[in-house]
Design a protein around this ligand. Structure first.
Ligand code: FAD
Length: 300
């Protein structure tokens, strides 16, 4: 019930727009690293000091106007420059919808290409985050086209999709982030049952660890993390072939612990005014995060 509620709220355009005006509220500051780029860079410096890399997401939702997509592109180009100029250990995560996928595919491609080209000059990796089912194939198509010219680009495979196994095989030569999947999808396309998602997730991870280029295992789930640790040991998979990833503000102790155990680790660092949808999806995944909200609301 709560999951449905929060996913519904994340998709509410009015609330998303309204929230932009008020800065980080409701406890969002615990999982969003500020509203501007200097704040995000400061967070990344702190992570880097602990041996943790970062992937930066300049938050953006509901982009239906061309000028909004162009603004998002300019902001992401600023992030590229900031990573380079500050010499921080970081790459970028972005969403095709933020760059105009829902407006015009070619327009989105040109925005994306400009970013990937600028990033490639500084050897900065660009991850195309995956959104809901409607945008899945169009996002893979963008990736295919970009990859003809650039190799500093990769994407995400969401284990809840039935097609994920096929996708992980087709994209084995890419750097891939493997996740369970964050959106509400119909049974027509995706496993609904948690156990089935977890089973598929492990199969995808094992396949890509054995056959793929570089694997980012993005989860907060101890069972999956422990399984990966054991699997790489048993199969002699070198630590430079994979990393763990978690979201900023989640399981900080475990993030530090994995980094100190010598695993490559990347924290997903979202920042910006457009925090509402992101925050609601996090609450949908784990309503216990409501504690975050409650603490903020009741703390003077
Ligand atoms: P869950 O299935 O939510 O939890 C499993 C178990 O892990 C829980 O029962 C609990 O025991 C433990 N656990 C989980 N969270 C916590 C916590 N905070 N504290 C203590 N224990 C906890 N989704 C997309 O659809 N597209 C993307 O591009 C995308 N990118 C992502 C990038 C990163 C870096 C991460 C970490 C996630 C991303 N996701 C993305 C979200 C992902 O799909 C999942 O929705 C999200 O990670 C929740 O699933 P989980 O694997 O963390 O574990």
């Amino acid at each position: 019930m709560l999951k449905e509620l929060f996913i519904g709220l994340s998709q509410n355009q009015l609330l998303n727009t309204a929230a932009k005006k008020y800065g980080l509220k409701l406890g969002a500051q615990t999982v969003v690293a500020g509203t501007n780029l200097p704040e995000a860079i400061q967070t990344i410096r702190e992570l880097n000091a602990h041996g943790i890399s970062a992937t930066i997401d300049n938050l953006g939702e509901f982009v239906f106007e061309r000028d909004e997509a162009v603004m998002a592109k300019e902001q992401i180009l600023d992030v590229v420059r900031a990573i380079h100029e500050n010499g921080v250990d970081a790459h970028i995560s972005l969403k095709p919808s933020q760059l105009g996928l829902d407006i015009d595919r070619e327009f989105c491609y040109e925005n994306l290409r400009e970013i990937v080209a600028a990033a490639s000059e500084h050897d900065i990796f660009i991850n195309i985050d995956m959104e809901d089912h409607a945008r899945l194939q169009p996002s893979f198509d963008l990736l295919d086209e970009l990859h003809k010219e650039y190799d500093n680009v990769g994407t995400v495979i969401q284990a809840y999709f039935y097609r994920a196994e096929e996708d992980v095989r087709a994209y084995k030569d890419f750097r891939l982030r493997l996740v369970k999947g964050a959106y509400k999808e119909p049974a027509e396309y995706a496993y609904i049952d948690k156990a089935e998602i977890d089973r598929n997730y492990i199969e995808l991870i094992e396949y890509h660890l054995l056959n793929g280029k570089f694997t980012s295992i993005a989860t907060h789930d101890d069972k999956i993390i422990d399984h990966v640790k054991q699997f790489v040991e048993e199969h002699n998979i070198s630590r430079d072939k994979f990393e763990f990833q978690m979201l900023y503000g989640f399981r900080r102790d475990l993030q530090l612990q994995l980094a100190s155990e010598g695993y490559n680790f990347t924290t997903y660092v979202p920042f910006g005014n457009d925090w509402f949808g992101y925050f609601m999806r996090r609450l949908a995944e784990r309503p216990q995060n409501l504690n975050l909200v409650a603490k903020q609301v009741f703390t003077p």
